[in-house]
Write a protein that binds this ligand. Sequence first.
Ligand code: MG
Length: 389
Amino acid sequence: MRIAALLLAAGRGRRFAAGSPEGEGSSKQFRMLRGKPVIRRAAEALLPHVDILLPVGDDPLLADSLAGLNVLPPVSGGAERHDSVRNGLETLANLAEPPDLVLVHDGARPCVPPEVVQNVIEALKTHAGVIPAVAVSDTIKKVENGIIVDTVSREGLWRAQTPQGFHFPTLLELHRTQRDARRTDDAALLEHAGHPVAIVQGSDNNIKLTVAEDLMRLEGVIDGNLLPRVGLGYDVHAFEEGRKLILCGIEVPHTKGLAGHSDADVGIHTLCDAIYGALAEGDIGRHFPPTDNEWKDMDSARFLIHAGERIRARGGFLVNADITLICERPKIGPHAKAMQDRLAELLQVNVSRISVKATTSERLGFTGREEGIAATAAVSIMVPDNGDA
Ligand code: MG
């Protein structure tokens, strides 16, 4: 079974704009949500389940928001939702291998749980149309001019969500022949044509970003799925005459520098190892092998930028990092603030999250004899629980 998904980003977000502190014109699906555009999160939620993902919409932000993901180039949206879906379906129909099944998903639903998508696909084995839905639990009132005129029985009432799933030829045919039907979703097209549409259990976390306060609810869903993790780093480099001393991303005036393959920034190396450790992604040598001449004399800033990117790629963020440099000389205190500023800049975090401090080893051992500098780092990060943690 070949499965495609249409990701709709053509909505103008009128209701959101009205309630948004940023006012008219903010496109809700491109808002940042915990470091990623809403629509990127929606795409990432679908991608593990589908063979083809086709974004539909005209905003120039659309392609940017999805950069680097395995999606087709966006196709143009239409004046109304059903025009956008039609455009997407026709594009899929023109592929060399059109899909058997198609999911239609709102770009403004960034947190659809994997089991909801899977249940929709599973139920398509026995039905031409399937939607996720949640039973209405609030009492429903009919209101006119601010006054209740009726209490509506909620018996049998469900709230429809997306992704809605269909047999591709069925939905394509209905869109081609029922164009005038002004219907709010695709399931209604099938209902109108007499095709049974099944429901599967949706999720209260499958929130559609509609009004500004939904952003806070969505942040809560994302944060509720994050786990704290810690990592430790330790590194040592020997002093070497005739080299600049680079520590925590800045040059520190001293009589000698540190020996090493790269610029030998022992502070950044230990911080990178702590981050890779927290992510359980090995160590700095795995990502930048010292046998590889490309990294010779390399500015270690490059390594730390990579480590920070790995946290973001995993959907997480750095809570804090605490680095200790162990040496008799040079004195670190006068440079600590500049080091914190530089590390925060490389990691794209607020400087309040970074600590750089120093200690001596009371003239004991190799650091006491000023043969080299040792460093330790502890970091705390928050990353999504991938289910096996
Ligand atoms: Mg090192």
